[in-house]
Unconditional design. Structure first.
Length: 222
C-alpha cells in the first residue's frame, strides 16, 4: 500500500508543482477531527466555496490560506530540504516538520503526516495510533510559543519516537523490512478500515488508495 500510494503522491507533488503541494496540505487539514471517508466530499466543497467552505471550520481556513499564499515558498523549501538531507534522515524529517508546523491548525502530528505523504520517513502519531500503543497525547503536543531550541528538541523527540515505538511495542515480524513511514502507513490503514467513520472504506488497501484520490482531486484530467 505505502509503496504504491505514497510513491504516487510523492511523484504527483514533485512534478505537478506548488498547487499539488497545496492540495496535499489541504487534504491533511481536512482529516483533522474528521472521518477519512468524508474528505473527498470536503475537497469538492472547498473547490466550490473556497475559504468559506463549511468544512474549513476553526483555523482550517487559515491553514488553507497560508498554504495558498505561500505555495511557491513552501514548495521550494521542501525540495531544498530533500536536496540537503534526503527523505530518510532524521534531520530531513525534523526540518520538514519544522517547516509545516507554521501552517495554522496543523500541529506537529499533522505536519508529520504531511511530510509522510511526501515520502519522508516519519509518521502520523494521531489519536488512533496513540490509543493503540498507550501513549499520552501530551507527548505529541507542541507549544509554538516556546523557544526555537525547545521546539526543535520536541520535533527531534517526535521523529525518534516514530522509529522507537515500533521496536518497543510491535512484534518484529510485523515491521521487518519496512521503513518507519511504511510500517505506520500500512498498519494505520488496516486499523481504521471499516470502522464507524470509514464504513465505505472497508479494507486497508481501499483506505490507502483513498488518500491518493483525495490528494489528486481536481488534477485527474489536467
Amino acid at each position: 500500500m505505502y509503496q504504491r500510494d505514497v510513491s504516487e503522491i510523492k511523484a504527483f507533488v514533485r512534478w505537478r508543482g506548488p498547487d499539488a503541494l497545496v492540495n496535499t496540505g489541504l487534504f491533511v487539514l481536512l482529516t483533522i477531527q474528521a472521518g477519512l471517508s468524508t474528505v473527498r466530499g470536503s475537497m469538492v466543497k472547498v473547490e466550490r466555496d473556497g475559504y468559506d467552505a463549511d468544512c474549513l471550520w476553526g483555523k482550517k481556513s487559515d491553514g488553507y490560506k497560508y498554504l495558498t499564499d505561500n505555495a511557491e515558498y513552501l514548495y521550494g523549501k521542501v525540495y531544498d530540504i530533500v536536496d540537503k538531507y534526503g527523505y530518510d534522515t532524521p534531520m530531513g524529517c525534523q526540518e520538514i516538520i519544522r517547516l509545516f508546523v507554521h501552517v495554522p491548525n496543523l500541529g506537529m502530528v499533522k505536519a508529520a503526516f504531511f511530510a509522510q505523504c511526501l515520502g519522508f520517513n516519519t509518521a502520523c502519531l494521531d489519536s488512533h495510533n496513540l490509543k493503540r500503543f498507550g501513549v499520552s497525547d501530551s507527548v505529541v503536543k507542541l507549544n509554538m510559543k516556546a523557544s526555537e531550541g525547545t521546539i526543535r528538541r520536541k520535533i527531534a523527540g517526535y521523529v525518534t519516537l516514530c522509529h522507537e515505538l515500533i521496536e518497543w511495542t510491535v512484534d518484529a515480524d510485523l515491521s521487518e523490512g519496512l521503513t518507519t513511514a511504511e510500517y505506520w502507513w500500512n498498519s494505520w490503514c488496516r486499523y481504521v478500515a471499516g470502522n464507524r467513520a470509514n464504513r465505505a472504506l472497508d479494507t486497508g488497501d481501499v483506505v490507502s488508495r483513498f488518500h491518493v484520490e483525495c490528494v489528486t482531486y481536481g488534477f485527474e484530467h489536467g
